[in-house]
Ligand binder design. Structure first.
Ligand code: RIB
Ligand code: CA
Length: 324
């Protein structure tokens, strides 16, 4: 089993990603750290607990991290994730689960210094930028850093050129990418170029409920608002579930293909939050990022659905292969 910390901002798709990770035998989630993003950090903490409670996994520790970006004012995404950050499912708060004294960054420092731990980041990179400031050796001890964020050739979702996680806190994203460059390390950037191809449709959701009524109903409860948002804003019948693809990439690195390139994050002006990917080598700088451009959609769905629904590949084939 590979040990991972999930750094996230739950968030509807973050919740689906947590479900995938905790139903995958290849990974041991040693802890969940929360960052302000979709939801304010306290709400994100509560939502992580709600998902863990549904999964019967309140044994997984959760820590609260940054409540605002490194420089900018905090801008949430509750318009997309609902006023409770969980699709206005309004699940009851989990009793007796207070925010620990220990902060997300303290937890990261302790665990990462033990070695052989990776980080799957599903929100803004604020906690990771703080970790660099407070304990660069701990950051450099990260085995693999997989981040849902950014975009290469695909248009943005917060501006024509910027994706939310890196737009909400561009200074932290820049700090992380620059530090990786200086230390000759790479982030695995699972950006909108590939996540946009992962669309949960009403038909797939129906068959999820046929396959596993309890899990299917839970997914429906937290995604209903998300379906409506996607129809209203982009006339998409379904919802793009970004974050589970980052977990899937961690589990099976064959699912995504792409390029390696020097990448820098713009922190101001009209293109704030843009990931500038030097795919042509203009700057003659070594790569600090694997930028994914192709996804094996079928392989993702088989991995995701068999795990969270607890169905065999054969049952998956009967119910879902018609969609891909
Ligand atoms: O832009 C999509 C990303 O921003 C996803 O991780 C979503 O949960 C939000 O954090
Ligand atoms: Ca997220």
């Amino acid at each position: 089993m590979k040990k991972i910390i999930i750094d996230c901002d739950p968030g509807i798709d973050d919740s689906l990603a947590i479900m995938l990770a905790l139903n995958s035998p290849e990974v041991e989630v040693v802890g969940i750290t929360i960052v302000a993003g979709n939801s304010p950090v306290e709400m994100g903490f509560e939502n992580a607990k709600k998902v863990l409670s549904f999964l019967g996994r309140l044994d997984v520790p959760v820590y609260a991290g940054a409540s605002k970006p490194r420089v900018r004012e905090y801008v949430n995404a509750l318009d997309t994730h609902g006023e409770d950050g969980l699709g206005e499912s309004f699940l009851p708060d989990v009793e007796g689960q207070d925010i620990p004294e220990k902060s997300a960054v303290q937890f990261m420092r302790e665990v990462l210094m033990e070695g052989d731990v990776s980080v799957v980041a599903l929100g803004p990179l604020t906690n990771l930028a703080k970790l660099i400031d407070e304990c660069p050796d701990a950051f450099l001890s990260i085995e693999r850093l997989v981040s849902m964020g950014g975009n290469f050739r695909s248009h943005g979702n917060c501006s024509p050129v910027a994706e939310y996680n890196y737009w909400e806190d561009p200074d932290s994203a820049k700090h992380v990418f620059d530090f990786l460059y200086k230390n000759n390390r790479e982030i695995e950037m699972v950006g909108l170029d590939v996540t946009r191809k992962i669309v949960l449709t009403p038909e797939i959701l129906e068959d999820m409920k046929n396959a596993n009524e309890v899990v299917g109903d839970f997914v429906e409860k937290i995604t209903d608002f998300y379906f409506k948002f996607h129809w209203e804003w982009e006339h998409i019948r379904g919802c793009v579930i970004n974050d589970p693809l980052a977990v899937a990439q961690f589990i099976n690195p064959e699912i995504l293909k792409g390029i390696q390139a020097f990448t820098e994050v713009e922190t101001g002006g009209i293109s704030m939050g843009q990931t500038v990917v030097d795919s042509m080598g203009f700057y003659k700088k070594s790569s600090n990022a694997k930028i994914f451009t192709e996804v094996n959609v079928e392989a993702f769905w088989e991995l995701f659905l068999t795990r969270i629904l607890n169905v065999s590949s054969e049952e998956y084939g009967k119910l879902f292969s018609k969609y891909f």
